[in-house]
Design a protein around this ligand. Structure first.
Ligand SMILES: [Mg+2]
Length: 221
């Protein structure tokens, strides 16, 4: 296992001369790209093209499992995965990379039959390139895939935030009604109580409300 881990670490090392990004904000283009293809020539060609386009390459590795392990050790911005590899294929790896790590994938494939395309419409796949992959196609597909993935990630974050806000408001309403029923208060009085408890405890209104709903007593008046 140790040998395998060391090998993987070695394979995960970025190619020589790459500059790791220091920016915390979402870059305009994916900077670190993980490559996985069991065809050595294809993997090497992709690595060369990506480096020429100014990207840092992680790998290449030759199967889906190594791609997932690599991504866990050194998360890339985006992955380019061959559709057919030994063990875990590109599509399954893409699903895992996106759902567990938020890493988008571009699939590369020698096949354009409808079944492959349908399968590639699953979660995590943001582009599909047919072999042989020209540098121009690679550049354009990368740009579109990155924009779509960034957009989707931003929308998901927005939805999560909205859900949290809604849940918080629901808690506050429920806590207010609990205080009204238990203490014979008016709604403004109950609201003021929650606000006061939040200020005094340096907590959010929703946190105080959750506490009240869980049976926590707050100061009346
Ligand atoms: Mg293959």
């Amino acid at each position: 296992m140790e040998v395998r881990a060391t090998l993987l670490q070695a394979m995960c090392l970025m190619t020589e001369g790459d500059q790791p990004t220091m920016s915390q904000a979402t870059p305009a283009t994916p900077q670190r790209i993980l490559v996985a293809d069991d065809e050595h020539l294809m993997a090497t060609g992709l690595t060369t093209s990506l480096a020429a386009l100014g990207h840092s390459v992680i790998g290449p590795v030759s199967d889906g499992e190594s791609a997932i392990d690599c991504a866990r050790q050194e998360p890339p911005d985006l992955a380019i995965l061959d559709i057919r590899m030994p063990g875990i294929g590109g599509l399954e790896a893409a699903r895992i990379l996106w759902s567990e790590m938020g890493i988008p994938t571009i699939i590369i494939s020698a096949f354009s039959d409808p079944t492959y395309i349908e399968q590639a419409q699953q979660t995590g796949v943001f582009g599909y390139l047919l072999k042989p992959v020209s540098s121009e196609n690679l550049r354009v597909t990368l740009s579109i895939a990155w924009a779509r993935a960034t957009n989707q990630a931003e929308n998901s974050a927005r939805i999560t935030q909205l859900e949290r806000t809604l849940a918080g408001r629901r808690s506050v309403e429920q806590a207010k009604w609990k205080l009204i029923e238990e203490n014979g208060l008016t709604e403004p009085q109950a609201h003021a109580m929650l606000q006061k408890a939040a200020r005094n405890g340096r907590r959010s209104l929703a946190e105080v409300a959750d506490g009240v709903l869980a049976g926590e007593a707050i100061e009346l008046g």
